[in-house]
Design a protein around this ligand. Structure first.
Ligand code: NAD
Ligand code: TYD
Length: 379
């Protein structure tokens, strides 16, 4: 076990830099800032009105939506501190000049849905692994420039990762030093991205940090994941495809808490450190679905038990002791957060109805048509 822990621990140098003081970054490059969590981070940081400037780099894949930033674009003071660039993190020509202007890079950009990674893994490797490598190389160029006196400091890079890199956790809670045992193409690609980040700390001494967040929920969540899919289907009295017996367990984290914790780690963590961001709300999928149906006043009979996801991770759970010691505490309770999320989807049908058409319909058919045709009563 000691050996396993040592194998996944970053270089010893991280121990000496772990307790550094806090630092504000005036110019941020936020990749994937038009997605679910990235856009929350951008809205919240600009909403602080502390002068921070943000450049968003986003490829606007099916999951990226510029209107997720509409609230800041409608506010002249915040809009003046936001620049939006459409582009791919795997393209060095776009990435390098943007990193050259940044004090820190926060990488949210990813292919993020497990079911899509099972259908078509290749985009996950391109963005979640090769894209991360391009960002790291751009930071390394800036490190060389800083060492030559061409800029004040090397940009810090924060890699947004996931609890899924630990794999399925049958009992107990994952600690940051635990072995990575990803089991889906998505989590394997995220683990590979993280390991590259770690290697750039060890090999080149790059200023990097990693966060591993748990299952996140809240407004602006693309309706392919459990909570927004089931809420929007239930609003329309559509069937809810619960995988297997629905007893799998996830730890739910409200999106503003996830984004806030990332900002806290960015500003306070030592170079080379990794932080879990748990939600502290472990629930079986069935419990989550029952609660959201209750909030919507819809019947359980909408729920159908469908063929399970291949390789379905049974449970994720992490300890948040290290993050708590850094001074972070989540603010949102699951009950209040879920109610606010359901209200948001009821009030913002103009946001999600257009999304549930075109490419989405094709994906939905591919993922669920056969499953729903062979579905059973969910008990
Ligand atoms: P999302 O799918 O909603 O958004 C991803 C964003 O990245 C989109 O705006 C998309 O257009 C953009 N993007 C994709 N490929 C790109 C590329 N090659 N270049 C530039 N932009 C690209 O994802 P999310 O749920 O907001 O997740 C954000 C990050 O958090 C991801 O790295 C994910 O792995 C991680 N994470 C998510 C959760 C969760 O529950 N949603 C939990 C833990 C960690
Ligand atoms: P998801 O939101 O896809 O997140 P992740 O797989 O990254 O944890 O799924 C959350 C849980 O809900 C997971 O156990 C799979 C389950 N699930 C269903 O039962 N039906 C569905 O249609 C989806 C999308 C997920």
């Amino acid at each position: 076990m000691t050996q396993e822990r040592d194998a996944t621990r970053m270089h010893d140098k991280s121990r000496t830099t772990a307790q550094r003081g806090s630092r504000r970054y005036a110019r941020l490059l936020v990749t994937g800032g038009a997605g679910f969590i990235g856009s929350c981070f951008v809205r919240d940081v600009l909403g602080r009105r502390d002068g921070t400037h943000i450049t968003v780099l986003d490829k606007l894949t099916y999951a990226g939506n510029r209107s997720n930033l509409a609230p800041v674009e409608a506010d002249p003071e915040q809009a003046a501190r936001l620049r939006f660039v459409v582009g791919d993190i795997a393209d060095p020509e776009i990435v390098e000049p943007l990193v050259a202007e940044a004090d820190a890079v926060v990488n949210f950009a990813a292919e993020s849905h497990v079911d899509r990674s099972i259908l078509e893994p290749v985009d996950f490797l391109r963005t979640d692994v090769l894209g991360v490598h391009v960002l790291l190389e751009a930071c390394r160029k800036e490190q060389a420039r800083a060492r030559a006196g061409g800029r004040a400091a090397t940009p810090r890079m924060l890699q947004v990762s996931t609890d899924e890199v630990y794999g399925s956790v049958e009992t107990g809670e994952s600690v940051e030093d635990d072995r990575l045992e990803p089991r889906s193409p998505y989590s394997a690609a995220k683990a590979a991205g993280e390991l590259l980040v770690r290697s750039y700390f060890i090999t080149y001494g790059l200023d990097v940090v990693v966060t591993r967040g748990s299952n996140t929920y809240g407004p602006y969540h693309y309706p392919e994941k459990l909570i927004p899919l089931f809420v929007t289907n239930a609003i329309d009295d559509q069937q809810l495809p619960l995988y297997g017996d629905g007893r799998q367990r996830r730890d739910w984290l409200y999106v503003a808490d996830h984004a806030g914790a990332i900002g806290h780690v960015l500003e306070h963590a030592g170079a080379g450190e990794t932080y879990n961001i748990p939600g502290g709300n472990e629930r079986a999928n069935r419990e989550v679905v029952a609660t959201l149906l209750e909030l919507l006043g819809k019947p359980w009979s909408l729920v159908r038990s469908v063929e399970d996801r291949p390789g379905h991770d049974w449970r994720y759970a992490m300890t948040g002791d290290k993050l708590a010691a850094l001074g972070w505490k989540n603010k949102m309770s699951f009950e209040v957060g879920l109610a606010a999320t359901v209200d948001w989807y009821l009030a913002n049908q103009g946001w999600w109805r257009p999304i549930k058409s075109g490419e989405w319909e094709e994906y939905y058919r591919r993922q669920y048509a056969t499953r729903l045709a062979g579905s059973r009563d969910a008990g």
